[in-house]
Design a protein around this ligand. Structure first.
Ligand code: G3P
Ligand code: MG
Length: 247
């Protein structure tokens, strides 16, 4: 089972920052998950919330802020003094660093409005398509995910080489049809709403099931025993059965 740092490695470093990427690397993880959104001027930035206040010294909505403004914000000081001045990264820069560190990246497209779907999918595709086409990233080391079914459908057209995962809280009864219609075999669900009875048929049928957000070693070991492929963690748990090829 793969241990994937959640929002970088949000328990050890400010979420969705390069400091978090380095923390995941230092902890020996092979994957990180990040959230991305569009700034007002359509730059793809790595950030979770709709608003700026919780994680930065900025105010207001991220989608109403220019990259010029966002690039001046401090996304580290609220976490701890050790991270004062840590900036919000652009997706492009984050991927370049992750590639240097040989870390897989799960890019979660955060969509707080339907109007954002088309421009965010287009902007993310413009960044990752050349990387995949030129062989700079192996497809199995770059995973797009979203709670938005329309976004995943859009990505299947705009970035057909990219692997995609459907994010849900609870696994719906219609999971097989939904994955089939999206052309993917990867499902991410909330671990504390998952039962073994739900996981078993999915995993036995060859689908790839991953779980967020697991910060308890005993729970990680139980999920591994069920055959869960990857878990998202804020702290570096130990994989009970480490996947050797890191995919
Ligand atoms: O991608 C898994 C997880 O990150 C989804 O929830 O709110 O932490 O982005 P959230
Ligand atoms: Mg996320």
């Amino acid at each position: 089972m793969i241990i994937c740092g959640h929002r970088g490695l949000a328990g050890l470093a400010p979420e969705n920052t390069l400091a978090g990427l380095y923390a995941a690397y230092e902890a020996g993880l092979s994957w990180v998950e990040i959230d991305v959104q569009l700034s007002q001027d359509h730059q793809v930035v790595v950030f979770h919330d709709k608003r700026l206040e919780r994680c930065t010294n900025g105010q207001g909505y991220l989608h109403q802020s220019s990259w010029r403004k966002l690039s001046t914000l401090d996304a580290g000081y609220r976490f701890s003094e050790a991270f004062v001045g840590e900036p919000i990264p652009l997706l492009r820069d984050y991927l370049a660093k992750a590639q240097q560190l040989n870390l897989g990246v799960n890019i979660e497209l955060k969509l707080y409005s339907d109007q954002a779907i088309a421009p965010l999918c287009a902007a993310v595709s413009q960044i990752i398509n050349p990387l995949l086409a030129l062989g700079l990233w192996r497809p199995e080391k770059l995973l797009l995910s979203s709670f938005s079914v329309p976004a995943l459908a859009t990505l299947s057209r705009l970035a057909p080489k990219a692997w995609r995962a459907l994010l849900v809280e609870r696994i719906p009864h219609t999971w097989a049809q939904q994955l089939h219609s999206l052309g993917t075999h990867i499902l991410h669900c909330q671990h504390n709403k998952l039962t073994h009875a739900q996981a078993r048929p999915l995993i036995e049928a060859g689908y790839r099931l991953s779980c967020y957000t697991v910060n308890n070693q005993a729970r990680a070991e139980l999920l591994a025993s069920w055959g869960v492929h990857m878990i998202f963690c804020d702290v570096p748990l130990t994989s009970p059965n480490r996947v050797t090829n890191n995919t």
